[in-house]
Design a protein around this ligand. Structure first.
Ligand code: NAD
Length: 464
């Protein structure tokens, strides 16, 4: 049974995995090409921001060390998780550039190593990448044969930023793509000792595992997009309420309530690119993943449509405040965030935009042009704004009170994408409160339905 691990790539996922494995009593060597990352971990500090990471590293310092040398990491461990970036390339595929570099280094180290070593790729890759893109590098650099001299697995993690350590240690299932039986058995035994909740382990070919990983994200994003479509429909129904519909729908066990809350769309470093990659691999294999393509297109259209809608509420020179610039609450990540897309789309329409996020202000400043002014508090935004959009259900925004929104003439429009202030505004009329996914124009919505179904239609129309 392996008890010594190494983790190549100490970024948002890798360093949390390293700390989590160490917290289960195993020796872990982290290796990274970034000296600052290695220095920070060596000094007992978290190189990235993640829930409980600093504490977990501090509590397990004697079992956790970091190096710039792949050789040192491989020679002093039995299993290596490779968690390096696989950025999207211009085709929408996941680039193997960093992984190839890491595999070259690992291969060279394997050449010097006696005994069996299991190499586990954790980075997200497309089907065929592990076997045809990376395995040849390991064999060439090591002069050894996969299956005989070393093992190879593809084993992604299903974690969310902000709860990486918890998710890694408590997965719904572990996924083991294996080159052969031995490599898979070694990894399954490792997980059995590392994870806390005794989850099922699914073992399969490398390619099936590679597909399972992106299929999971593609499915979840399709579900989110379905909920967003329902929200749009509810806005056009008298008394329409997406939460009422979703709460009922979610009771069906085939569907479930998670990820069914209609709102503004998904974002972040993983979800958006996985549908694009799925579409790419389908096309490359002579098939069309039109569902994934549509999900992606719909999701990318949401911020622009919302910007157009908001423009109809504001006059020339007015200011729109975007509250929420990270892609989700408790996050400093602004990559592909709907709040950022919305701020940019509004600015492109000539609207003055101010923005605020409890954690992501600094990142947002780096990314946004000077057309969007990032302010130091929600209160400053509300002071300046003629319209306010709440893009994430952040606790700080949930805690806002109706009295925090100044009375102005004309009334300030408050567009609440997650309906988090619905109760608060129930009895407040000094602003125009618009909850996304709720039918607020009963008269117009009723009139349209009446025109469609009412008995006063001409007979030939009904016959159609
Ligand atoms: N972050 C997530 O939520 C998440 C979730 C699931 C899967 N993933 C996947 O995990 C992989 C890593 O993601 P991340 O968010 O941790 O990336 P990241 O950019 O935060 O970190 C990657 C780390 O790898 C290091 N690195 C690059 N080349 C290296 C090499 N040759 N050897 C050693 N270290 C090297 C970098 O210096 C960096 O510290 C990606 O494929 C990503 O798609 C990420």
């Amino acid at each position: 049974m392996a008890s010594r691990y190494s983790v190549a790539g100490l970024g948002k996922l890798g360093v949390s995995m390293a700390a989590a494995i160490a917290s289960r009593g195993f020796d872990v060597i982290g290796v990274d090409v970034n000296r600052r990352t290695v220095d920070l971990l060596s000094a007992g500090h978290a190189p990235v921001q993640e829930t409980n990471l600093e504490e977990t590293i501090a509590a397990n310092r004697e079992r956790l060390r970091a190096t710039l040398s792949h050789r040192e990491a491989i020679l002093n461990s039995d299993v290596t998780f490779v968690v390096v970036p696989t950025p999207s390339d211009e085709r929408g595929a996941f680039s193997l550039q960093y992984a190839a570099w890491a595999f070259r280094e690992i291969g060279r180290a394997l050449a010097e190593k006696d005994g069996y070593h299991n190499v586990v790729l954790t980075s997200t890759v497309l089907p065929g990448s592990t076997r045809y893109g990376l395995l040849p590098i390991l064999e060439q650099e090591s002069g050894k044969v996969c299956g005989r001299d070393f093992g190879l697995c593809y084993s992604p993690e299903f974690i969310a930023l902000g709860s990486v350590i918890h998710d890694f240690l408590n997965p719904d299932f572990t996924l083991v793509g294996e080159f052969d039986e031995r490599a898979g058995s070694v990894l399954e035994a490792c997980y059995a000792e590392i994870v806390l909740n005794n989850p099922p382990c699914r073992r399969m070919s490398l390619e099936n595992a590679e597909l399972t990983k992106i299929a999971l994200n593609a499915f979840v994003t399709t579900k989110i997009t379905f909920a967003n479509m329902l929200a749009g429909l509810c806005e056009r129904i008298p008394g329409g309420d997406v939460d009422v519909v979703s709460d009922a729908l979610g009771l069906d066990r085939r569907i479930g309530r998670q990820y069914l809350t209609g709102a503004l769309g998904y974002g972040g470093p993983c979800f958006p690119r996985d549908n694009v990659a799925l579409s790419f691999i389908a096309r490359a294999l002579g098939y069309e993943a039109s569902l994934a393509e549509t999900t992606d297109q719909v999701n990318r259209s949401l911020a622009g449509k919302l910007a157009e809608r908001l423009r109809s509420f504001v006059r020339r020179g007015d200011t729109v405040a975007v509250l929420g610039l990270a892609y989700k609450p408790y996050s400093h990540v602004v990559e592909e965030s709907q709040g950022m897309y919305l701020a940019r789309a509004l600015a492109a329409l000539g609207v003055r935009v101010v923005g605020y996020d409890p954690l992501a202000n600094q990142m947002a400043c780096h990314e946004l042009t000077d057309k969007v002014v990032v302010l130091e508090s929600a209160a400053s935004c509300l002071q300046q704004a003629n319209a306010v959009v709440i893009t994430t259900p952040d606790p700080e925004f949930r805690a806002l009170q109706a009295s925090d929104f100044p009375q102005k003439n004309p009334q300030v429009v408050v567009y609440d994408c997650w309906r988090i202030l619905r109760e608060e505004f129930e009895s407040a009329s000094h602003v125009r409160y618009i909850p996304l996914g709720i039918g607020i124009d009963d008269e117009g919505n009723s009139a349209r339905l009446k025109a469609l179904w009412g008995n006063d239609q001409p007979a030939e129309k009904i016959a159609e």
